[in-house]
Design a protein around this ligand. Structure first.
Ligand code: SIN
Length: 482
């Protein structure tokens, strides 16, 4: 059977940039579950952080640590910041076009908890889309869509490949190196900003194989999301809006966030999300994002994507304010790995991007550090693979298969219940009682007749709830009441 040198699961920034850093003569296959642009990179709006220069590195490190409640892995944060300069130069040299001023200077914006303007952006508020398009063009390796991975072929500390549905047919894909770049866990939450493909399957497989997930209680909720749409993916209103000066107000126009934190709209994301959630709960008032201070022409040029999307919904920015709610946005925790992206104990298995827990984000990710993490650690994954010398032992028999068991009749109903329970009980503000309720639901559902894909989601949900139960004190994005 054909064996690839490298199989990359996921075609967002982390997967594609890993591929871009592997030589063309290697047999590399990038796979994605659906169409390639159904990934979280595509929907990223605000931008990508880079340290401005060597002098900014200590400040960027400090901002990242402070936002992360000092729960971060410091070595990983140091790598992120130091290597940001070279990684950013690399993609600019290859042709990535970030927004520039008329004189050609790169434009940097600010977001919450940054002490200076260091967020690059592209297409105004379409940074992820522009970066994704650029990387799709740059990638010279084979990219295969409609490939849903439902098992990792792991035995005796080696990973040999995956089992996947490829165009609805079960297939084995063998590879010497397997890179997980499958993103986070958005579909576990009723309100989330993620692509519909992001459903925690690979995390669930890791749980099954005894591969460590870390910091799973640290789920990040974005403060400003328009949730009043029927679609699973709710509409993000980028933090760059607040970075440029937009206000969060209640229905009487009061900027209540200063009652919670002196930085107001520019406090870190966990604080702003929790404050909005608490304010709504305690006052029963609606909360809005208000842009009325912006000049219309400037606003439409700076935020064309948002302007266009919301025009279609009947909101005419910057004149109209829009109701917002926090929603699940990003998994700070994930599949544990070292700073060279290796998954400890399993040769040939690596993880990059949102799927990974490198430790850079700690208890709460600093805004726009995620695209940067995707870049920096993807490069490291490629370097690790190119420098590796091991051989896999002979391919064992992998006789267990789940081809016919991916879905069962009641899965849809249970998935919906799971999303509601995770939002209610493992969301922005948690209680021991609520977490126990969520745990009961998860284990009860695991004992029912369910398909494998739901089982994988439940494994990941269990990891979140168990981690939240284990952490008795609030920290960063994990806030426990009572
Ligand atoms: C945003 O544009 O607010 C999201 C960027 C991020 O998730 O860091």
């Amino acid at each position: 059977m054909k064996q690839y040198d490298v199989l990359i699961i996921g075609a967002g920034i982390a997967g594609l940039y890993t591929a871009m850093n592997l030589p063309e003569e290697m047999r590399v296959l990038v796979v994605c579950k659906d169409i390639p642009w159904e990934c979280n990179t595509f929907y990223a709006q605000g931008g990508m952080v880079t340290a401005l220069d060597e002098a900014d590195v200590p400040l960027h490190i400090e901002d990242t640590l402070r936002a992360g409640a000092y729960h971060n892995v410091r070595d990983a944060v140091g790598i992120l910041s130091h290597e940001s300069i070279e990684a950013t130069e690399d993609i600019i040299d290859r042709g990535m076009q970030f927004d520039r001023a008329e004189d050609g200077q790169l434009l940097y914006t600010k977001e919450g908890a940054h002490s200076t303007n260091r967020v690059l952006h592209a297409g105004g508020d379409a940074t992820g889309r522009y970066m994704h398009y650029f990387m799709m063009q740059q990638n010279k390796h084979l990219l295969q869509r409609n490939t849903l991975v439902y098992d990792l072929l792991v035995e005796n500390g080696h990973c040999y490949g995956v089992r996947a549905m490829v165009n609805y047919q079960p297939k084995t894909i063998l590879a010497k190196h397997v890179v997980i770049a499958s993103g986070g866990i958005g579909s576990l939450y009723e309100y989330n900003t993620n692509s519909r493909t992001i459903s925690a399957d690979i995390h669930g497989i890791c749980v099954e194989k005894g591969i460590e997930l870390a910091d799973m209680e640290m789920m990040q909720f974005h403060p400003t999301v328009f949730v009043k749409t029927p679609y699973a993916r709710k509409l993000l209103l980028t933090e760059a809006l607040r970075g440029e000066g937009a206000h969060i107000v209640d229905e009487d126009g009061k900027r209540f966030l200063f009652d919670y934190d002196e930085r107001g709209e520019l406090a870190s994301r966990d604080i702003v999300s929790r404050s909005i959630f608490d304010y709504k709960r305690s006052t029963g008032k609606e909360v809005y994002l208000d842009f009325s201070m912006f000049e219309a022409k400037w606003f439409r040029k700076r935020f064309p994507n948002i302007t266009h999307t919301f025009d279609a919904l009947g909101y005419h920015f910057p004149k109209d304010r829009v109701p917002v709610s926090p929603a699940f946005h990003y998994a700070n925790g994930g599949i544990a790995c070292d700073t060279d992206t290796r998954i400890p104990g399993i040769k040939g298995l690596y993880v990059v991007g949102e799927a990974a827990r490198t430790g850079v984000h700690g208890a709460n990710r600093l805004a726009s550090n995620s695209l940067l993490e995707g870049l920096v650690f993807a490069r490291r994954a490629a370097e690790t693979i190119l420098g590796s010398v091991f051989e896999h032992p002979e391919l064992p028999d992998f006789d267990k298969d789940y081809d016919t068991m991916l879905h069962e009749d009641d899965d849809k109903k249970y998935k919906q219940q799971l999303r509601q329970i995770m939002w209610k009980d493992a969301g922005i503000i948690r209680t021991q009682e609520g977490l126990h309720e969520a745990r009961n639901f998860i284990y009860d559902t695991k004992n029912r007749t369910i398909g494998r894909l739901l089982e994988l989601r439940l494994n990941t949900a269990a990891a979140i709830v168990e981690a939240a139960l284990a952490r008795k004190e609030s920290l960063g994005a994990h806030y426990i009441e009572g």
